[in-house]
Design a protein around this ligand. Structure first.
Ligand code: ME8
Length: 522
């Protein structure tokens, strides 16, 4: 099983500022997929990291009175700390100032030059510094504002090296047509296809106006354009250009998923695949572009000053609830509004009521009726009508969950786990263990009902683990099961009836304490 490599990446974030809910969103989504793929037994490699070069970062350093290197070194730990706080299980953390990356980036550029894909020229045009993006006059239209972020662009004139992006237009279009899964969701694919159909211009891939970047190996007055540099991280992290790592590279590349926000699809779906084609490398399987998190209808962004720090929300709701909220309440792939009010609602409804209460009442009944020991189920010759339907839901969960996760539809995946959680609550209501406990004749039925409900909780914890790792680990601990995160065979583990009779069940504290005081919408 572990032969199957599953390589997934997030964007590498700019270090002009600290991590915020937007960057955390992409990272949490990727983490939930990484955790799920580990559960099913894949050999996962999950990469995130930092984009540390370029004019914007150099400016941030200057504003803060530091050298660029000092600046990036001061910000990098803030990202690492945030990912630790959010229980992100990345296998690697790449920084573009690392020698392994600089070597790989220089190597790729040499290859492109040798293949005749680079040439010297003169660039005159517009540049959006916050997005580090070139724009033509036609793309800007009348105004002088960036079509993507709305901020003012600047006119630049530079002698640069160019990449023959235009030469790849037809091959890109062929690839999109032959591999509809390459760009997801479909709306984004359509957007990229029409962008590429409208004509690609060659891309300036070096800058001379500043020095904070990777020098071109054959022309050190130029530093590599920051996007060119940054995209290469996806291969430099897995050993591209390093003869000692040829096996690792062959095993990991191409990646299964690049997670990105919709703001950066042209780079990932047009420029990056063209670079790979030019270097004779395979293309990643899928670039998935999610939408923006909006607060009060506006994109949350550093420059708009409406960003919230992940730590504030974690302190208030806990890590699992934080991860749950963003993946459950915002449909992955489309824009979604977030607010404290809806977060409190999800917390109280789904987590405290449905999931937390189920565990509390069930574990306490197990203590009360069976001294906290998992009872032996005693099945009548024919399965009880309630049990049949109930088990059917548990047995249908793995396939429903997999269908949703293969589309990165986290909301639907969680919904399928919640179907089981809700069904278990109903099963308890319908069977009323408190009545069964009153008479000796119904003792066997009581054993069966409690066993079945505990078994459903064991399974529900498995399927909520990718999004809520702490809670699931705690539920398994209370059921005296092993470390849930060591599971690598979900198909076997999720089969009905694996909860050992005789296990000790601990009641424990409520998993989620209801939030009583509701606050204004964020
Ligand atoms: O673009 N909603 O870095 P960046 C959802 N360094 N996601 C958001 C968001 C929001 N409001 N704001 C940011 C860069 N994001 C480059 C990437 S990759 C080779 C180089 C997320 O720090 C989303 O994933 O500006 C978006 O694409 C990314 O952060 C941009 O991060």
């Amino acid at each position: 099983m572990a032969d199957r490599s599953f390589y997934l990446t997030t964007p590498i974030y700019y270090v002009n500022s600290v991590p915020h809910l937007g960057t955390a969103y992409t990272t949490i989504a990727a983490d939930a997929l990484a955790r799920y793929r580990r559960l099913v037994g894949d050999d996962v490699y999950f990469l995130t990291g930092l984009d540390e070069h370029g004019q914007k970062v150099a400016q941030a350093a200057e504003t803060n009175g530091m050298s660029p290197q000092e600046w990036v070194d001061s910000i990098a730990p803030k990202f690492e700390d945030t990912w630790e706080l959010l229980d992100i299980t990345n296998d690697d953390f790449i920084r573009t100032t690392e020698p392994r990356h600089e070597r790989a980036a220089s190597h790729l550029l040499e290859v492109l030059k040798e293949n005749g894909d680079l040439y010297q020229g003169h660039y005159e045009g517009w540049y959006c510094l916050p997005d580090e993006t070139f724009y033509t006059q036609e793309q800007l239209g009348e105004g002088k504002c960036c079509p993507s972020c709305g901020r003012e662009v600047q006119f630049i004139r530079e002698d640069n090296w160019f990449f023959r992006l235009s030469a790849y237009q037809d091959r890109l279009l062929e690839h999109y047509a032959a591999h509809p899964e390459f760009i997801q969701p479909e709306t984004r694919r359509n957007e990229v296809v029409s962008f590429v159909q409208s004509g690609l211009k060659d891309l300036s891939v070096s800058r001379t106006a500043f020095t904070w970047g990777i020098p071109l190996p054959w022309d050190p007055d130029h530093v590599m354009y920051v996007w060119f540099d940054a995209l290469i991280n996806y291969i430099s992290a897995v050993g591209y250009g390093d003869p000692a790592k040829a096996d690792e590279f062959a095993r990991r590349w191409p990646a299964q998923f690049h997670f990105v926000g919709k703001d950066i699809i042209r780079f990932h779906c047009a420029i990056w695949p063209a670079m790979l084609m030019a270097a004779g490398l395979e293309l990643p399987q899928t670039v998935f572009a999610h939408g923006f998190l909006l607060t009060k209808g506006e994109k949350m962004s550093k420059s708009k000053g409406n960003v919230m720090a992940p730590a504030e929300l974690v302190e208030r709701f806990g890590v699992d609830a934080y991860r749950y909220y963003f993946l459950r309440d915002v449909q992955f792939g489309t824009d979604g509004s977030i607010s404290l009010e809806s977060m409190v609602q999800r917390f109280n409804g789904d987590l405290a009521n449905d999931w937390g209460n189920l565990c509390s009442r069930l574990f306490s009944m197990t203590r009360k009726y069976f001294d906290g020991i998992v009872p032996q189920p005693v099945e009548a010759p024919v399965l009880h009508e309630f049990d049949d339907a109930f088990r059917g839901i548990a047995e249908g969960l793995p396939a429903a969950y997999e269908r949703a996760m293969s589309r990165l539809d986290y909301a639907a995946a969680l919904e399928s786990a919640w179907e089981l959680i809700k069904a278990t609550n109903r099963y308890i209501e319908d069977n009323a263990p408190w009545n069964l406990a009153k008479a000796e004749e119904t003792r066997e039925r009581l054993q069966t009902v409690i066993y079945n409900a505990l078994e459903a909780v064991r399974i529900a914890a498995l399927f909520t683990a990718p999004v809520m790792p702490r809670t699931s680990a705690e539920v398994w601990r209370r059921l005296s099961l092993g470390d849930i995160h060591a599971t690598t065979d979900l198909a076997t583990e999720s089969a009905w009836g694996r909860l050992p009779v005789g296990n000790v069940v601990e009641k424990g504290e409520p998993l989620f304490m209801r939030i009583v005081e509701e606050e204004d919408a964020g």
